[in-house]
Design a protein around this ligand. Structure first.
Ligand SMILES: Cc1ncc(COP(=O)(O)O)c(C=O)c1O
Length: 350
């Protein structure tokens, strides 16, 4: 096994957080560790929820904080799904959705996600038809979706939400930012759809996965979750401070994100130029690609020998001959492109 492995299998942001985030950790004082972070005097959850509310022009009371998007997803499903209730999730989505549903004894219905010529697409008609048929308690939408990388277009999202007025709708935007850091739609969506919760994280775009902090915006109908999810004594003060520093570092994140967009284009070109491979367009920090089935094991071994780890799927029939490649730093992406090209040449695929 090579030294200094390149991890392109976990959808982390390998550029790391903005310098201001390190500064926060370096200069943290004793009160950061010893004192509860709750802002008692002003009746808000925390300085971070207050800042997020201001940035998105929504009341602080509808901002929820949690231990990453994972925690907020789990809290939402645990709060609303009872044993035997139906939950709808996209097919080819984050495996963990099914696991959370199973914890509550939910009945999972998968709605289709179709491979288009260049990118995967949500099948809006099928989603709405299945919702009419199953009357789900909870519907999970992932945009951009992991692992397919596609987003639900704004007009389609509104159509879907109009058809799901009787369900709790969870919009998982863990990969928000990589397709553009616009956020002005949050205010209108949340006010138009009281049954909607939009979940985001500092793990991906902001590269703070290790600090485990995420946030959500809740429609006014989610009062049960607002109570269930609130934490009386506050949140992790160091994570909050680093998250605030990240929000103050928009230029840094725009810079690394535009490099990742350029590298995604480079990888589409390289991968789509290799016989038997096909890369799907993605709005996230990863790409899903078909690989030649006969070469799956050899490719895995070859990349591992070069110290490059990408995600291979198992026990997911549709994805068996796909790989998911996280967009790393420029150097890492270049190393992967060279490795894939060399592999194709060695196997006589060119
Ligand atoms: C689709 C999706 N949602 C949510 C998460 C949760 O991320 P975190 O808990 O780090 O915010 C992930 C993590 O990979 C993910 O892929």
């Amino acid at each position: 096994m090579a030294q200094n492995e390149i991890f392109l299998d976990r959808n982390e942001n390998n550029y790391g957080p903005a310098p201001a985030c390190y500064e926060v950790l370096r200069t943290a004082g004793v009160e950061q560790m010893s004192w509860y972070s709750k802002v008692y005097s002003r009746g808000i959850k925390s300085v971070l929820s207050e800042r997020l509310a201001k940035n998105h022009e929504v009341p602080e009371s509808i901002v929820l904080l949690g231990y990453g998007g994972e925690d907020l997803l789990k809290q939402t499903v645990h709060c609303y799904l009872a044993k035997g209730d139906t939950i709808m999730i996209p097919t080819h989505s984050w495996w963990y959705y099914k696991s959370i549903a199973a914890e509550k004894g939910g009945f999972t219905v998968e709605y289709p996600m179709l491979p288009g010529p260049d990118a995967f697409i949500y099948d809006v008609e099928a989603l709405l038809r299945l919702a009419r048929q199953h009357d789900p308690r909870v519907v999970l939408i992932s945009s951009p979706n992991n692992p397919t990388g596609n987003s639900l277009e704004p007009a389609d999202l509104r159509r879907v939400l109009q058809g799901l007025a009787g369900s709790i709708v969870v919009l998982d935007e863990a990969y928000w930012g990589f397709g553009g850091a616009t956020t002005n739609y949050v205010k209108d969506l949340i006010s138009d759809f009281p049954n909607l919760i939009i979940i985001r994280t500092f793990s991906k775009y902001f590269a703070l996965a290790g600090l485990r902090i995420g946030y959500a915006f809740m429609g006014r109908g989610l009062t049960q979750l607002a109570q269930f999810g609130a934490r009386y004594l506050g949140y992790n003060r160091l994570s909050e401070s680093a998250a605030l520093a990240a929000l103050d570092s928009a230029d840094y994140y725009a810079g690394i994100s535009s490099r990742m967009i350029e590298d995604k284009e480079m990888l589409y070109r390289v991968i789509n130029g290799l016989p038997g491979f096909k890369a799907y367009r993605s709005q996230a920090n990863f790409i899903l690609a078909d690989i030649p089935p006969a070469n799956k094991d050899a490719l895995k071994e070859d990349l591992a020998r070069r110290g490059i780890i990408i995600k291979f799927f198992k026990n997911e029939p549709f994805l068996d001959y796909c790989v998911r490649i996280t967009i790393g730093t420029r150097e890492q992406n270049q190393a992967l492109a060279e490795a894939l090209t060399a592999f194709a040449e060695e196997k006589g695929l060119r």
